[in-house]
Write a protein that binds this ligand. Structure first.
Ligand SMILES: C[S@@+](CC[C@H](N)C(=O)[O-])C[C@H]1O[C@@H](n2cnc3c(N)ncnc32)[C@H](O)[C@@H]1O
Length: 209
C-alpha cells in the first residue's frame, strides 16, 4: 500500500467520517477474499461501489477487461481522480451508489454478475441504505451476487444490523467468509446471491409417470 494512498484516505476520513467509514484502505488479503471464486461469463459485468483508493479495483481488474464489463461508482472527488490515474481502463463514475442502476444503464453495462461493495453500511444513514438496496434490487437478476465486507467490531452496530436484516428480506440469507485477520480492522466478506425465481406451479412442465 502506497503512503500517498494511505494519507489521502486518512484525509478523506477526517473530512467525511460518516461517508468514508474507515481510517485506512483495505488490505490485499481482504481484496482477494472479496473476489474469491468469482467467475464472469463472456460480457458479464461487475459494479464496484465505493472503490476508495482502489484495493478491490486492482483485483477486479484481473477478471474484467473488455469495455462494458466494469463500472466503479465513487462519491469522493479526490478518490475519483486517483482511481482514474491508477486504472485508466476502468471507468469510474463520480456519484452516489444510490444511483447505481441509472449509472450502469448510462454506461451501457452488460448483465451484472456481481456488485462488489466497499461502502461503510454500518455508518450509512437509513435513507441512503434503502436507496442503495433499491438499486441492487434492480441491478441483480437470478444468480447475481452482492458482496460486501463487515468489520468484526461493527457487527452489532444498529445500522449494520438493520442493513443485514433488510438484505435478508430482499435476497435471503447471506454467506460469510472466514475472518480476514490481515486487515485493519479484521473483517469478513458477506455474500448475498439472488436465487433463481421459483417456477409457478401452473407454468411448470407437466411431469409424466
Ligand atoms: C470504507 S471506504 C472503502 C474504500 C475501499 N473500497 C477500500 O476497501 O479500501 C468507503 C468508500 O465508500 C465511498 N462512499 C461512501 N458513500 C458512498 C456512496 N453513497 N456512493 C459511492 N461511494 C460512497 C467513500 O467515499 C469511500 O471511498
Amino acid at each position: 500500500m502506497l503512503l500517498g494512498e494511505t494519507f489521502a484516505f486518512l484525509k478523506a476520513f477526517v473530512r467525511h467520517p460518516g461517508q468514508v467509514g474507515a481510517v485506512a484502505p483495505s488490505s490485499r488479503f481482504l481484496a482477494r477474499a472479496m473476489v474469491a471464486g468469482l467467475e464472469l461469463a463472456d460480457g458479464e459485468a461487475v459494479i464496484e461501489l465505493g472503490p476508495g483508493t482502489g484495493p478491490f479495483t486492482a483485483e477486479i481488474a484481473r477478471l474484467t477487461g473488455r469495455p462494458g464489463t466494469y463500472l466503479g461508482i465513487e462519491r469522493e472527488g479526490a478518490f475519483v481522480e486517483m482511481l482514474r490515474d491508477r486504472f485508466p481502463h476502468m471507468p469510474i463514475a463520480h456519484g452516489s451508489a444510490e444511483h447505481a442502476h441509472e449509472l450502469a444503464r448510462q454506461a451501457g453495462l452488460g448483465p451484472v454478475r456481481a456488485v462488489i461493495s466497499g461502502l461503510p453500511f454500518a455508518v450509512l444513514e437509513a435513507g441512503v441504505q434503502d436507496r442503495i438496496m433499491a438499486a441492487l434490487d434492480q441491478l441483480l437478476g437470478p444468480g447475481g451476487e452482492f458482496r460486501t465486507f463487515q468489520y468484526l467490531h461493527a457487527w452489532p452496530m444498529p445500522q449494520a444490523v438493520r442493513f443485514r436484516r433488510r438484505m435478508a428480506g430482499l435476497f435471503g440469507p447471506h454467506r460469510a467468509s472466514r475472518v480476514v485477520l490481515l486487515n485493519l480492522p479484521p473483517a469478513m466478506v458477506l455474500t448475498w446471491r439472488r436465487q433463481a425465481e421459483a417456477v409457478p406451479a401452473a407454468a411448470a412442465p407437466a411431469t409424466t409417470h
